[in-house]
Design a protein around this ligand. Structure first.
Ligand SMILES: Cc1cc2nc3c(=O)[nH]c(=O)nc-3n(C[C@H](O)[C@H](O)[C@H](O)COP(=O)(O)OP(=O)(O)OC[C@H]3O[C@@H](n4cnc5c(N)ncnc54)[C@H](O)[C@@H]3O)c2cc1C
Length: 406
């Protein structure tokens, strides 16, 4: 149990770590306990340009999640309002409009800075330093960083898919990094005002190649973020994606030359939950735990929520492996959805690689429930099991079979 004077150490200042830190501080105050929360973030805010793999699209209910933390939504960081999605196959495309609230695109690095400032305002000790070592004892946890050390009652692993931190954790605990898809991200700044005339949609692609699971083009304020993901995605695959005709068709001629000069960045998407996600005196959150919606989408929301759930179990249940079992229940919406997400991923890959996507898009033009299913899959607005239940009706199956043979 965490009592007055005890410390919680958090590794990582992304949404998972900050969500956990602020929730710990708020909740412990409500419970009348005085605890220390120290958060370590390896990237410092020293003005040197940093990159973050994330596209920075904040989806509903982000404003509600931030409100629950007592944090105002950073409207001043807004770069673009995203109204919907366009899904492209080789020959067709379909606009999938967002019937609910729009998503909001920000620069992810600015969002993280804002959240870290909010953490400081909530009384959290933010240390801009990399955690380099971890020891877990029966009665405490010892954490070493590049600048100092701390003895805490529990450690929260909010280090995303950082390989070094995962190795550090797995040497000391049964933790194993989740399985992941590789991703390459680039930014294209058009020299003309083309970007201002571009629609406010995320353009999604499922090219018919096993190398790519999905790709997307997201318009921001003065540039496009282009990303591609797959198990074996590398720079060559990104080169190929930037020459993919349905993508090239979106842009003016100048893109063909300029794409050769773009800088690439590497990232990862978790596609399974981490083994040994928690244990005595440690718990992982966000991407480190693999607690994101399978396939894609809303990683920032999921990380914030899992961080908040971790705070709740630490304060209410305790810090042992047994007390953390409650954490699985709190994250059940994501965990129970994993098999459905996996099935949809395999199915989507099959459709794309068998060149059936043109046909599916054609079918969905006349079928509102299929169109809704495509929207919810691309946006991750609904759990995959709901999408499967809403779409798998005999009427839809028969309509699909009939239209295939027409
Ligand atoms: C290409 C791509 C695009 C994406 N786009 C979106 C999007 O538009 N919207 C969305 O909601 N999600 C998106 N995601 C997912 C989203 O980025 C993640 O799900 C989310 O950032 C997870 O948050 P986190 O706090 O768990 O981890 P992270 O955001 O990865 O934060 C981990 C932090 O820990 C720090 N750290 C690591 N090791 C140490 C250490 N040893 N010591 C100190 N600090 C450490 C890192 O510096 C980092 O800041 C995208 C992902 C990818 C790969």
């Amino acid at each position: 149990m965490i009592n007055n004077g005890n410390a919680v150490a958090i590794i990582g200042g992304g949404p998972g770590g900050v969500g956990c830190a602020i929730a710990l501080q708020n909740k412990s105050r409500q419970m009348g306990r005085k605890i220390r929360v120290r958060l370590y973030e390896a990237k410092s805010q020293d003005g040197i340009p940093r990159y973050n793999q994330c596209v920075g699209v904040l989806s509903p209910p982000i404003e509600d999640i931030l409100r629950a933390l007592g944090v105002e939504f950073p409207h001043h960081l807004l770069q673009r309002t995203i109204e919907g999605y366009v899904l492209h196959s080789g020959k067709q495309s379909i606009v999938l409009n967002d019937e609910s609230e729009p998503s909001l695109a920000v620069r992810r690095i600015s969002f993280d800075h804002y959240m870290l400032d909010q953490a400081r305002k909530h009384g959290i000790e933010v240390v801009e330093s990399r955690v380099t070592g971890l020891e877990i004892y029966d009665d405490s946890v010892m954490l070493y960083s590049e600048s100092d050390n701390i003895r805490a009652s529990v450690v929260v692993g909010a280090f995303g898919l950082d390989d070094g931190s995962a190795l550090m954790f797995s040497r000391e605990t049964p933790y194993k990094q989740p399985k992941f898809l590789n991703s390459i991200v680039t930014k294209w700044h058009p020299k003309t005002n083309f970007i201002h005339k571009f629609d406010n949609n995320i353009h999604a692609f499922l090219p018919p190649t096993k190398k790519i699971e999905f790709g997307a083009v997201t318009p921001k304020e003065n540039h496009f973020t282009i990303n591609v993901a797959g198990e074996k995605v590398d720079a060559t695959v990104m080169d190929e994606f930037l020459a993919y005709p349905p993508l090239v068709k979106l842009f003016p001629q100048s893109f063909l030359q300029e794409r050769k000069t773009l800088s690439y960045f590497k990232g990862k998407f978790p596609i399974s939950i981490a083994k040994g996600m928690f244990g005595d005196r440690y718990i992982t959150v966000g991407d480190a735990a693999g607690l994101v919606r399978p396939f894609k989408g809303k990683g920032i929301n999921s990380a914030l929520l899992s961080g908040m759930y971790a705070a709740s179990v630490i304060l209410q249940n305790g810090v042992s492996n047994t007390s953390f079992k409650e954490y699985l229940k709190l994250n059940n919406e994501i965990i129970a959805d994993l098999p459905y997400g996996k099935a949809i991923r395999i199915f989507a890959n099959f459709i794309a690689n068998a060149n059936l996507l043109d046909y599916v898009l054609r079918l969905s033009r006349e079928n509102a429930s299929l169109q809704r299913a495509l929207f919810n899959s691309v946006s991750a607005h609904k759990p995959y099991r709901t999408i499967v239940r809403e779409t798998l009706s005999w009427e839809n199956i028969l309509a699909g079979v009939k239209s295939f043979f027409e």
